[in-house]
Write a protein of this length. Structure first.
Length: 320
């Protein structure tokens, strides 16, 4: 692990100052936020992905990384799917009630969340968004990294280390479907999937309390409070974009169809959220809902309760 850490440190320090080589000249340039976001997304090892995240968050928040992007970084493509660990061919069988199944599922979601927030940073740097948007997304990426490592370490202490159980890729499918629309990304990832995590808090906590798993109880409590702020960030920036859509050129983010939708709804964030949710998910939104936590995040019942009514949208995935 120490050798791995030394390689990580030398690699990350190099990433902060990159050699840009063209046919005519070479330029030694400092990395932008988009550059380091791409570095995390291109890293497959989940421990390294988390370590890079912690390092780059500290660099950004201490102003060692002081630019969102530049001409060179804007020319760099964002991966359609971030690099992830190779599929484990030795998946262990486990009973449906195994507590490790619950923990592994949470840990997997947190590991994907690291990629999700670096992806939204890298994918939308070329729009004239306020700096505070990127500040918040970077901060959330750092929290997701800490959440993941807490669960990773909990699994390492068991007979089922991270990667030893089967997982699904439903969360990244939602990200892929919203890769061209920041409004849709915030609605689906922050305001639907992250909010669903708030809803399942009581169920997970009940499992941990039943077996008196004090470590998992402490981790879940800490993470839960921070996840509320992640949903709140989605509501905040979704509402901002709806209201500012025409004023500062954000209209190009989602295309003409999205612009027409917002205009028809008079840029009402609540109605826009419902429209986007119905476009991307078929069938009704299922409870039970953590009404208190959702309200603390600014996601009130009149935003999501209409989605509990079944409206068929062909070929849209089902939110579980």
């Amino acid at each position: 692990m120490f050798t791995k850490y030394l390689r990580f440190m030398s690699g990350t320090m190099a990433q902060l100052h990159c050699l840009h080589i063209t046919k005519r000249f070479s330029v030694f340039r400092s990395s932008t936020l988009k550059d380091v976001a791409l570095h995390v997304l291109e890293t497959g090892d989940v421990e390294m992905k988390a370590a890079l995240t912690d390092f780059y968050v500290e660099c950004y928040e201490s102003n060692k990384i002081d630019r969102i992007s530049d001409d060179y970084s804007e020319g760099r493509a964002v991966l359609d799917v971030p690099n992830r660990p190779e599929k484990n061919e030795n998946i262990k069988p486990i009973g449906r009630t195994g507590i490790e199944t619950t923990i592994h599922g949470i840990a997997h979601a947190e590991s994907v969340a690291i990629d999700l927030f670096w992806d939204v940073i890298a994918r939308f740097t070329h729009y004239n968004l306020p700096r505070s948007f990127y500040d918040e997304m970077v901060h959330i990426a750092g929290q997701e990294s800490q959440h993941f490592m807490a669960w990773f370490n909990r699994l390492e202490a068991s007979n089922y280390p991270f990667g030893s159980l089967a997982v699904h890729d439903g969360l990244w499918k939602a990200a892929s479907e919203t890769s061209t629309s920041l409004l849709a990304r915030l609605a689906i990832v922050n305001m639907l999937h992250e909010a669903r995590g708030l809803d399942t808090f009581a169920l997970s906590m009940g499992k941990f309390k039943k077996i008196k798993d004090e470590v998992s109880i402490a981790v879940l409590n800490t993470n839960y409070l921070e996840e509320v702020t992640h949903v709140a960030a989605g509501v905040k920036w979704f509402s901002f974009l709806c209201q500012e859509y025409d004023r500062k050129g954000y209209g190009s983010i989602g295309g003409q169809e999205e612009a027409k939708m917002l205009e028809s709804l008079q840029h009402d964030p609540k109605l826009a959220f419902q429209s986007i949710a119905r476009k991307h998910f078929r069938g009704p939104l299922r409870g039970p809902f953590n009404v208190e936590a959702r309200a603390a995040a600014g996601l009130l019942e009149d935003w999501y309760m209409p989605l509990t009514e079944a409206i068929v949208v062909p070929d849209a995935p089902q939110l579980q």
